[in-house]
Design a protein around this ligand. Structure first.
Ligand SMILES: [Cu+2]
Length: 258
């Protein structure tokens, strides 16, 4: 009998620990986070083909429309949406704005959103990009100027990190490469993920999040119009490793226009 009481008590304790952990993680992973973007992040449209009419974002929680917004900006930081933010979907987790089609031309576009969650009262924000290319212009410009690039180097926790942007101009579709080597120049092979976060404080853009793809051991890259406007950008690189702490480094860079 005594033993049974103990067992029941232990089960009770474990139950409350479990409830505690799960409600905690619900909170950590809660907030209104985007689960679907339309058009998708990093989409590339051709000027002579069908262009998007509106922007739709589905969130994990319901946005409060009095506070929440979606702003769509061109490379000159001018709004190109019709300022008609509305909640959509049966469960009220979607939001959309329509675009002023007369303002769409070739270039990079930034979608900056902010949500006050009706469900937990927290504010989240972020940005993502899409671009429109003029096929006539791009065929003339395919000879990428090799001198037009940025290379940054740093050493963190005995790892040599090299960061390269080609071409180094705003409003372009740039390639971002992160190279990771040890002190002996050997590629780092315990990398799980390489993530970049772009922020442009002046224009209230960000964070724009990009997950890099592995090219080979120690080399990771991604391509996109993440540097959607000229000016001062902060690019944070996070390298997640197995069995070791994450490597973190931020670069503050002034990005020139085309
Ligand atoms: Cu929250």
């Amino acid at each position: 009998m005594n033993m049974d009481m103990k067992t029941i008590f232990m089960i009770g304790v474990l139950f409350f620990i479990f409830i505690g952990i799960s409600s905690n993680s619900i909170h950590v992973f809660g907030h209104a986070n985007p689960v679907l973007y339309n058009p998708p992040s990093n989409s590339v449209f051709q000027l002579d083909q069908l262009l998007p009419n509106n922007i739709t974002i589905l969130y994990s929680e319901r946005p409060e429309p009095k506070v929440s917004y979606i702003h769509v900006l061109n490379a000159q930081n001018e709004r190109i949406d019709n300022n008609d933010f509305k909640i959509i979907g049966q469960d009220e987790r979607g939001a959309s704005v329509s675009l002023d089609s007369t303002k769409l031309s070739s270039g990079a576009y930034t979608i900056s959103w902010l949500v006050l969650s009706k469900d937990d009262g927290h504010i989240t924000k972020g940005s993502y990009v899409f671009s429109i290319i003029d096929p006539l212009l791009t065929t003339n410009n395919t000879t990428t100027n090799e001198t037009n690039k940025l290379i940054k180097k740093t050493i963190i926790d005995q790892v040599n990190l090299e960061f390269e942007i080609i071409p180094f101009t705003a409003g372009d579709i740039n390639t971002f490469t992160v190279t990771l080597k040890d002190e002996m120049g050997k590629p780092i092979d315990n990398v799980k993920n390489v993530i970049m976060q772009f922020n442009n404080q002046e224009q209230n853009i960000g964070p724009i999040i990009a997950n890099l793809k592995k090219v080979e051991n120690g080399i990771y890259n991604t391509t996109g119009a993440y540097l959607s406007q000229e000016g001062q950008w902060n690019i944070k690189i996070t390298v997640q490793r197995t069995g070791e702490y994450d490597l973190n480094h931020s670069f503050d860079i002034a990005v020139p226009s085309k």
